[in-house]
Structure formats: C-alpha cells, structure tokens
Design a protein around this ligand. Structure first.
Ligand code: NDP
Ligand code: OXD
Length: 308
C-alpha cells in the first residue's frame, strides 16, 4: 500500500527522502501523480482540496503536516478515518522561539521605540525586570505549554489558560469560562495559542480586550478566525490594546486593502511563527505508518468531538 503526499507549502522531496530513510520500502506518491487511487491507504497532507481525501477508496489514516487541523474539519466530505496531528520538536521549538522573541520585543518596549523613531523622538525609557511583565498564554497544549515554560525560564511572570486545569510548575494556570476573567485581568502580553473550534472562534473580541489591563499587547499565533478584526482596530484606537503582533489572518495572504497592513500599531508576519521539519517530523509519521501496518493504535489522533 502507498502513502499519498499533498501540500502547497511543504517539500515532497525532503519528506519523501526522510521517510524512506526510516521506511526503505515505503511507496511514497506525490499528488497529482497518484497512480491507482485504490493503492493508497494513508495520506500525509496539508490543506488538501475538499473532496480529495474522500476520493481515495482504501484510505485508512490521515496524517496532518500541521498542528492545527481546523482546515481538515471544514471539509464536509472528510472521511471518518483517524486524523493525526503533527507533533514535531522543530515545530514546538520554533513556536517557543517566536513567542519569546515577541514577548521580549514588547518587554524591551521596541514597539514604543519604533513609533518614537517614526516621530523623530529620542526618549530613553528603560525596561523593568522581566518578572514585572506578565505574559498570559491562551491554550496550554503542546505548543502553549512549551511557550509558557520558555517564557518562565526567561524570568517573565507567566499565566496560562486552558479548557481543563493544566498545572505547570512556576506558571499560574486558569481554566474554563470561570477562570478566564481572572486570567485576563493580570495579563500584560496576551498570546493566543488556541486551536480554532466553534468555542474559540471570535474569542479575541471587544469583550475580551476590555478585561485586559489597559495598554496590553497581543500576540496572535492561533488562527485568523479567533480574532474579530474590527474589535482589535477599535481597541488599538482607544489604547486599550497598545500594540498587536499578528501571524495568522482570516484570509491568507491578507488582502492588501486590509487596514492591518499599514496600521502603525500592528506588526504582521506571514504565518511563519512555527513550522515542522522533515528531518524531525518524519519520525512521528514513520512511527504512525508502522503502527498502521501492525494494526496498533495511532499516535496524536484528533478528538473530532472536541475539534482539536
Ligand atoms: P493542542 O491541541 O496541543 O492544545 C490546545 C490547547 O488549547 C489545549 O490546552 C486546550 O485545552 C486549549 N483549548 C482548546 N479549546 C479551548 C477552549 N474552548 N477554552 C480554553 N482552552 C481551550 O494544540 P497545539 O498546542 O499543538 O496547537 C495550538 C494551535 O496553534 C493550533 O491549533 C494552531 O491553531 C496554532 N498553530 C499556529 C502556527 C503558526 O505558525 N502560527 C503553527 C502551529 C500551530 P485542554 O488542555 O484543556 O484540552
Ligand atoms: C499549523 C500551522 O497548524 O502551521 O501547524 O499553522
């Protein structure tokens, strides 16, 4: 049986090479050169066109090249086979780096100095110790926990919020709707690392911004549909949010007429906060292919009822 690869963002040659190092007999096929679709029993894919997976009659497992699987669940024809998320040390490390870099950027007031430079002003504002900056991470899963631990190691005061209670050493953790206000109330830099589900869609709205201390900063690395764009623009205008760093957007690439592009209090990156690497990500895919062949349970299967 064969593995089908599809992605517009990931390199099939690199992935095929790394997987064959681990599974020399692997029949690795790259869309659209699929050969007989009936020979394909697993798929390693990112943002496949709707209906593509349903067209494979003998498919038994779907492996996502990314951590967030909301795009898969939007396909009404998605077959009911195990859907496994990407858990890769490189993906986790690159997200921790990005969160830490951005938190440090805000902590050292580089947003302020960029604005002062644009205004031709020279003001020496010194940063307080990192422990006086409170960073709140929404979502304490694989990526959120690693980011919270990285922030704590650096000396920030770290808070975290999840659906169920997730204790993390040295981090003040909160959970559920009942814990959200207390979590937000003492968060100077808010990091969104939630999955996109019906419960989390539009969660970053005016009501949530109002619960943060005035002048809070936002790092949005979850999914574009977490954020109500107009509410962020209003919060930036009022100063309730002092600055926002956005890596994900409702439409990607973000259309050029969108006000975020030129907003002086917005810093954009093109959905690059983190990424998996074939050299490390192939370990988990190869392990799951072995498990599939042996009939053993697969790793990192998405709970479709929860949506992540
Ligand atoms: P996980 O599934 O490991 O963790 C998700 C976390 O979110 C869990 O702690 C979960 O709570 C929490 N959560 C889910 N729903 C709710 C809710 N309704 N209320 C409160 N907490 C909730 O995901 P990952 O850490 O692997 O990834 C998180 C997201 O990061 C991805 O889904 C994707 O959207 C985004 N991402 C962005 C990238 C980028 O480059 N910008 C790259 C990779 C991922 P609990 O622990 O209780 O289950
Ligand atoms: C992911 C992403 O979910 O890159 O892995 O957004």
């Amino acid at each position: 049986m064969a593995l089908l690869f599809y992605s517009n963002e990931d390199d099939p040659v690199a992935w095929g090479g790394e997987l064959r190092k681990r599974l020399p007999d692997l029949d690795f096929r790259v869309w659209p050169e699929t050969g007989d679709p009936a020979a394909i029993d697993s798929a390693l894919v990112w943002l496949p066109p709707p209906g593509m997976l349903a067209s494979l009659p003998n498919l038994r497992a779907i492996f996502s090249l990314g951590a967030g699987i909301d795009g898969f669940l939007r396909d009404p024809s998605l077959p009911d086979h195990p859907l496994c998320r990407m858990i890769d040390p490189a993906l986790t490390t690159s997200m921790t780096e990005f969160v830490l870099t951005t938190a440090l950027w805000y902590h050292r007031r580089l947003d302020l100095f960029a604005a002062e430079q644009a205004a031709g002003q020279w003001n020496q504002v010194l940063a307080r110790p990192a422990a006086e900056t409170r960073v709140g991470v929404m979502g304490l899963g694989v990526l959120g926990t690693a980011a919270a631990e990285g922030l704590r190691r650096h000396g920030f005061t770290v808070r975290g919020w999840s659906r169920q209670a997730r204790p993390i050493e040295g981090v003040a953790t909160f959970s559920g709707a009942e814990g959200l206000d207390a979590f937000l109330g003492e968060t100077d830099i808010l990091v969104c690392l939630l999955p996109l589900t019906p419960e989390t869609e539009n969660i970053l709205d005016a009501g949530l911004f109002a619960k943060l201390p005035s002048g809070a900063r936002l790092l949005q690395v979850g999914r574009g549909r977490h954020l109500v764009d107009e509410d962020l623009l209003a919060a930036l205008d009022s100063g309730q949010i002092a600055h926002a760093s956005l890596d994900v957007f409702r439409r990607e690439p973000l259309p050029h007429e969108h006000p975020f592009w030129k907003h002086p209090k917005v810093r954009m990156t093109p959905h690059i906060a983190s990424y998996s690497l074939p050299s490390s990500g192939a370990d988990i895919v190869a392990e799951n292919l072995r498990r599939l062949a042996d009939g053993r349970p697969l790793l990192h299967v998405v709970d479709r009822r929860k949506g992540y």
